[in-house]
Ligand binder design. Structure first.
Ligand code: ATP
Length: 398
């Protein structure tokens, strides 16, 4: 469809990048990236006219995001020769625009394209030996200046290599070490580092990725306070267990796993040190504040739980202690205290207590003649406490 539409407009259209890689690797991937040799924004507009949905253009980058009626997202980019100013080493005049577009990418396996134009539909475009690299299970950059151009690619190399079980090619490995030795990371903006770190922490095996980052001395290169110390590694290992346990329970909403891992990566830091790391990662005031508050609340909740256990408080008290803490904080608490009874109590809260919903609402109170007001909260709280302590039935038990 996209190819035919391109033909009408006189453009060649390709599907590129991760989608093609994942088709060859038989990995699921629903993110579609198109490159248009022509005007990407005009193409996106035509696409929504023909297929419905909507699009948002970014004229500065000549890109657009299309959302089709099915909810499918399609990123559209423009490949134009005059658009790229490339190092003198490159004989630009001889390159087609799709080749230039692919040459800008990070690894050979991500620099594949498939023709969508009707006359060449389905033809694979592989300028850099990506098929061979996929067969050999190796991750390679396209040229030796790749990490100078963009040091975040080092983190991406680790992420893809762990995800697909690919080794990092010999030359690419040397280029990474060289980039770390020359502190390329220091001039990288905090937001970009943080974004890539977040992607690592969203992977299935973040700890393995963090260990590889540590081996390349990358974590310390981002900031010495982020070094992977043995106690942190232990917490991270427990986070992995707890997250896997929680995912198996299928409780919605799923937690932001990256945040739990990030809390573990920052474990052992005091508030001041955490602020320094936040600054390095260019946290917005809001993100910095949110995570700092969460760290504080986790500490207070842990203290509360120890007290509660000591004086053998009722279950309702456990409920009210845990209720204000986001699920990410609860999971971190479990990982931080793996062999303590505390872990058992937090899991009891997450799996059972939290799901107890009240049958009555403020409307019922109004119905029996209690005037609306601040009393409602306190009455409902007392009823909830009583339900949890087993004095009244609740929905979860019916
Ligand atoms: P994922 O499966 O994690 O989404 P992806 O390959 O789709 O992986 P994206 O980050 O969505 O990765 O990027 C899409 C494509 O853009 C990549 O396949 C790659 O070709 C290119 N790309 C992304 N980031 C960079 C970068 N820092 N340098 C060069 N090319 C990049």
């Amino acid at each position: 469809n996209a190819g035919k539409l391109g033909q009408k407009l006189g453009y060649a259209v390709y599907v590129v990048g991760g989608f093609v890689r994942d088709v060859l690797l038989k990995h699921p991937n629903t993110d579609v990236d198109l490159v248009v040799e022509g005007d990407g924004i005009a193409f996106a507009a035509a696409m929504t006219r023909e297929m419905g949905g909507r699009y948002k253009a970014h004229p500065k980058f000549k890109t657009a995001v299309v959302v089709l009626p099915s909810g499918q997202r399609v990123d559209v980019a423009t490949a134009r020769l005059e658009y790229y100013e490339y190092p003198a080493a490159l004989p630009t005049v001889e390159l087609s625009s799709i080749k230039m577009d692919l040459y800008r990418r990070d690894f050979t396996v991500n620099a594949l394209a498939v023709h969508l134009s009707p006359d060449r539909y389905g033809e694979l475009v592989d300028f850099f030996g990506a098929q061979r690299d996929i067969k050999d299970r190796v991750l390679r950059v396209l040229h030796s200046l790749s990490f100078v151009e963009d040091p975040t690619r080092i983190v991406r190399a680790i992420r893809f290599s762990e995800r697909f079980g690919f080794r990092i090619g010999g030359q690419t490995d040397r280029l990474i070490k060289n980039a770390v030795r020359h502190s390329f990371f220091h001039r990288l903006s905090g937001s970009r580092v943080f974004h890539e770190l977040q992607l690592i922490l969203e992977e299935k095996t973040p700890l393995a990725c963090l260990r590889r980052m540590h081996d390349y001395k990358l974590l310390a290169a981002i900031h010495p306070l982020l070094a992977l110390t043995p106690p942190r590694e232990t917490v991270l290992m427990e986070v992995e267990n707890v997250i896997n346990w929680y995912r198996l329970l299928y409780i919605e909403p799923q937690p932001q796993a990256w945040l739990v891992y990030f809390l573990a990566l920052c474990s052992g830091m005091d508030a001041e040190q955490f602020a320094v790391v936040g600054k390095r990662l260019n946290f917005s005031k809001r993100t910095a504040g949110d995570i700092a508050t969460l760290r504080m609340r986790i500490r207070e909740t842990a203290q509360g739980l120890f007290n509660w256990e000591y004086h053998k408080g009722p279950l309702s008290e456990l409920y009210f202690l845990m209720e204000p803490l986001p699920v990410e904080g609860a999971l971190f608490l479990m990982a931080r205290n793996p062999r303590e009874p505390l872990q058992k109590y937090v899991s009891l809260y997450l799996t059972t207590l939290r799901g107890k919903r009240l049958e009555i609402t403020g409307n019922d109170l109004k119905g029996i003649g209690i005037a609306p007001g601040p009393d409602y909260t306190s009455i409902l709280r007392r009823v909830r406490g009583s339900v949890i302590d087993g004095h009244a039935p609740c929905r979860a038990e019916q």
